[in-house]
Design a protein around this ligand. Structure first.
Ligand SMILES: Cc1ncc(COP(=O)(O)O)c(C=O)c1O
Length: 374
């Protein structure tokens, strides 16, 4: 048996929608993007969505939109994909890592206060694997200090905690439509904000700082445009939006299937001494499932699973230990021990709606056997 680590769920209706757009005149940011933004904002129950080319772009633009720049510090987690911290560096600011909770892998909010300095401007929590950080607590803390909260919600479209969803109390929430995410446009991302002014600012920043986009110039009598600020070229196009629009209808169904798979894994691994599952904060989007194995056997478990046809990944090795972060900011092993220990032990298993029950059972039996023999 060969089980991919991930398979997207793009269906014929999604493809037909893309073909329809390709057969039209207007391919760049236009009506499809506007329709997707409206639909996504409605799903998230937040004010506005601005669609961009990736979550990395979404994070970068959100930081710029709130004025984060050189000499500022942004507090974040090392247990994430590098995009989170890279976006802070792209904005010219310094990422300041705090350690994570041992049981969930989420940024440990009890450590955030200690990381604050006179240069702190924003907090960038990550809703890891689909489980949300305690946004109520974070928001109260941030509001008391005047910090912005930019959420990395790449994993967490469907998540909620204490009734709060990404983008509802944070100043901006950033999403990814990379192929391994809940819905995909190949590459793609979005920012959710509640303020109309901020949405307008983000729309300008995603397109060079121009006062009008191509759709305005195309659909109306020609009007001159201005460049009001220095922006980037991060606008989502109509082809990407057409691919996303129908997938939105399946979000909750996809999440329910991932939840069922994750619960099956948890039950199956509960009696295994060398396989630990992280505690999951409700209600998680369940985008990923990782087990922790003894660090000395982690790599042989990865290779053993691959040899037996099970696709795997590592989400994540603690990013402060990667060469760039060590060399640029002087981070060393031992500074963030919990994130490091998760990073040394973690193995991500396949979780996606198209995974069959038979494949799930094969993954379980293979994981148990490979861990036993490693
Ligand atoms: C937690 C997290 N943040 C940000 C990103 C970046 O997303 P994108 O590839 O859309 O830029 C990813 C992508 O894998 C991610 O997992």
């Amino acid at each position: 048996m060969r089980i991919e680590f991930f398979k997207h769920s793009v269906g014929q209706r999604d493809i037909d929608n893309v073909v329809r757009v390709l057969n039209s005149t207007f391919l760049t940011t236009g009506a499809e993007v506007a329709a997707f933004e409206e639909r996504f904002a409605k799903y998230l129950e937040c004010g506005h969505v601005v669609a961009v080319t990736s979550c990395t772009a979404a994070l970068h633009l959100s930081l710029l939109a709130y004025g984060v720049g050189p000499r500022d510090e942004v507090i974040t987690t090392p247990m994430t994909f590098i995009a989170t911290a890279n976006a802070i560096a792209h904005a010219g600011a310094t990422p300041v890592f705090v350690d994570v909770e041992a049981d969930s892998g989420l940024m440990d909010l009890s450590l955030v206060e200690r990381a604050v300095t006179s240069r702190t401007k924003a907090l960038l929590p990550v809703h890891l694997y689909g489980q949300m950080c305690d946004m109520q607590k974070l928001h109260t803390f941030a509001a008391a200090h005047g910090f912005y909260v930019i959420e990395d919600a790449a994993h967490a479209i469907e998540a909620r905690r204490d009734g709060i969803r990404p983008g509802q109390v944070g100043d901006a929430a950033c999403f990814s439509f990379y192929p391994t995410k809940s819905i995909t446009s190949g590459e793609g991302g979005a920012v959710a904000v509640n303020s109309k002014e901020m949405a307008e600012r983000l729309k300008k920043l995603r397109l060079h700082g121009m006062s009008k986009g191509a759709a305005d110039r195309y659909s109306r009598r020609y009007e001159h445009w201005d460049m009001e600020m220095l922006g980037w070229k991060y606008n989502m196009d109509n082809i990407q939006a057409a691919l996303l629009l129908n997938q939105m209808e399946s979000l909750d169904e996809f999440q329910a299937r991932r939840e069922a798979i994750c619960q099956r894994y948890e039950t199956a691994f509960s009696g295994c001494p060398d396989i630990k599952c992280l505690k999951v904060v409700p209600t998680s989007a369940r985008l990923m499932f990782t087990i922790l194995v003894p660090p000395e056997i982690r790599d042989s478990v990865l290779w053993g699973l691959q040899e037996r046809g099970v696709g795997v990944a590592v989400n994540y090795r603690a990013i402060h230990l990667l060469t760039y972060y060590r060399q640029t900011y002087g981070y060393k092993r031992g500074i963030l021990p919990v994130a490091e220990s998760i990073g040394d032990a973690t193995v991500s298993l396949p979780v996606y709606p198209a995974l069959t029950d038979e494949e799930v059972e094969y993954v379980i039996e293979t994981v148990k056997d490979v861990v036993r023999k490693s």
